[in-house]
Design a protein around this ligand. Structure first.
Ligand SMILES: [Ca+2]
Ligand SMILES: [Ca+2]
Length: 242
């Protein structure tokens, strides 16, 4: 009897937390951007999106092109292990952002991105004025009908990482900067979708992305799988013995 009770207790401890919420972590420390893809907008422009090997973070660099050709975003489109990105509904997305100058417009994180239409919520940082803005947009293009959902403040700092969190629970949308609640809003336009990072025309770094919520599978996007590790070790041994 006691044995049964203990096994039920263990089963509850193991399964209950998993059904409540999961966490996806992406710190780019493995140097790849598996699962990330550029949006259709300005996809072929010279503006750069990719993992900076030294910084071990996602980097955007406009590469000197004008903002209209540079403005773009990197979407998390998922992998074989993470297939349900289009169905993510209630979740928090937290991103470390490093500005390289106190100038507009370095962009920010996006949530509930509809990979078909491009509709989304987005936090934009305005380092020149220290404003934070929460927008909604029905498509990929920033001129497709951008609307302000909320506004707040932050203290712009360059060359160091600061946390921006976009929290979406039903129609409650909140934005935190370094853990402080800065924007509280209500909106129903976008109900589900993936995450993204976007910028307009400033060099900016995104790192330590954390997504938490009931639809999110526990995943480390930067872990080296044991199988992959073994394969590379074997390959090295072979090469060494040649
Ligand atoms: Ca990193
Ligand atoms: Ca990876």
């Amino acid at each position: 009897m006691l044995k049964e009770f203990i096994s039920v207790l263990i089963a509850l401890m193991v399964f209950v937390p998993i059904s409540i919420a999961g966490t996806l972590i992406e710190d780019f420390d493995d140097g790849d951007n598996e699962g990330w893809e550029r949006s259709p907008q300005n996809k072929d422009s010279k503006a750069f999106w990719g993992v900076d090997k030294k910084e071990k973070a996602m980097k955007f660099d406009p590469k000197g092109v004008g903002w209209k050709e540079a403005i773009s975003q990197m979407n998390f489109v998922g992998t074989d292990q993470v297939k349900n990105v289009r169905e993510w509904k209630d979740y928090d997305v937290e991103v470390d952002i490093k500005l390289t100058e106190a100038a507009n417009f370095p962009g920010g994180p996006r949530g509930r991105v509809d990979l078909k239409t491009g509709g989304h919520y987005v936090v934009w940082l305005y380092p020149t004025s220290g404003e934070l803005k929460l927008y909604k947009n029905p498509g990929w293009d920033i001129n497709a009908g951008l609307e302000t959902v909320g506004a707040g403040k932050f203290k712009p700092k360059v060359d160091e990482y600061h946390k921006v969190k976009l929290s979406m629970r039903g129609s409650d949308i909140k934005v935190y900067y370094d853990g402080n609640l800065e924007i509280e809003a209500k909106d129903k336009s976008h109900k589900q979708g993936t995450i993204a990072v976007g910028s307009q025309d400033r060099v900016v770094y995104f790192d330590n992305i954390k997504v938490e919520g009931p639809d999110i599978p526990n995943t480390d996007m930067s872990s080296v799988e044991p199988e992959g590790k073994l394969t590379s070790i074997w390959a090295r041994i072979k090469t060494d013995n040649r």
